[in-house]
Design a protein around this ligand. Structure first.
Ligand code: NI
Length: 173
C-alpha cells in the first residue's frame, strides 16, 4: 500500500526520529510498513524515502542505490535501519537535490563525496557499506531526514534554492 508523503510544513519532518528496537524489526507489522515504504518510493519515482516522510518518526529509510545485475543499469532497493554514517570524506561536492516532500524545489547541496554506512537490514543483520558519489549523496540526504534536516537547511545561500521546473538535472528523492 502506498503511503501519504508528508509535505514541507508538517512538523514530523522536523523531528529527530527514534531508533528502531531489535524486537520491532521482525514484527510483521513493521515488515509490512517496510514493504509500504518501498512501494511508496517506487510509485513516487524517488531514489530514497525516509520514515518521517511517511509520518513515522523512526530511524529507517529506503534507497534504491545498490548495484543490480552488471549488465543492466538497474539498482536494487535496500532498507537501512538505525543507520550511522562513518568515515565521511573531507572532500565535499555540491549537487542539485530534489525531495519528495517538496518536489517543487531543487537545492544545491554540498555533500561528502565518500563515506561508510553501518546499518541493520530488514532481517536485523548488521551491514557495512562503503559508498562514493551519487549513492553517498542519497544516503546523506535520507539520513538528514532522520534528524529533521532538509536540503533547504543545507543551502550555502538561499540563492541555491530554485524551482525544479527551471533546471533539468535535478533528481527526485
Ligand atoms: Ni528528501
Amino acid at each position: 500500500m502506498a503511503l501519504a508523503i508528508a509535505q514541507l510544513g508538517q512538523p514530523v519532518l522536523r523531528e529527530v526520529a527514534r531508533p528502531v528496537s531489535p524486537e520491532m524489526i521482525l514484527d510483521p507489522q513493521f515488515q509490512t510498513f517496510l514493504d509500504d515504504m518501498l512501494e511508496t518510493m517506487k510509485s513516487s519515482k524517488g531514489v530514497g524515502l525516509a520514515a518521517p516522510q511517511v509520518f513515522a518518526s523512526r530511524r529507517v529509510f529506503v534507497a534504491s542505490i545498490m548495484p543490480g545485475d552488471r549488465r543492466s543499469e538497474k539498482t536494487i532497493p535496500e532498507v537501512f535501519i538505525n543507520p550511522e554514517l562513518r568515515e565521511l570524506s573531507s572532500e565535499m561536492e555540491p549537487g542539485w537535490e530534489g525531495c519528495l516532500s517538496f518536489l517543487e524545489l531543487s537545492v544545491l547541496v554540498p555533500r561528502h563525496t565518500s563515506l561508510r554506512i553501518d546499518y541493520l537490514n530488514r532481517e536485523g543483520q548488521p551491514q557495512s557499506l562503503p559508498l562514493t558519489g551519487f549513492p553517498a549523496r542519497v544516503v546523506q540526504h535520507e539520513y538528514d531526514h532522520l534528524d529533521g534536516i532538509l536540503t533547504i537547511d543545507r543551502a550555502a545561500t538561499p540563492k541555491n534554492i530554485i524551482k525544479s521546473s527551471e533546471i533539468d538535472d535535478a533528481i527526485e528523492w
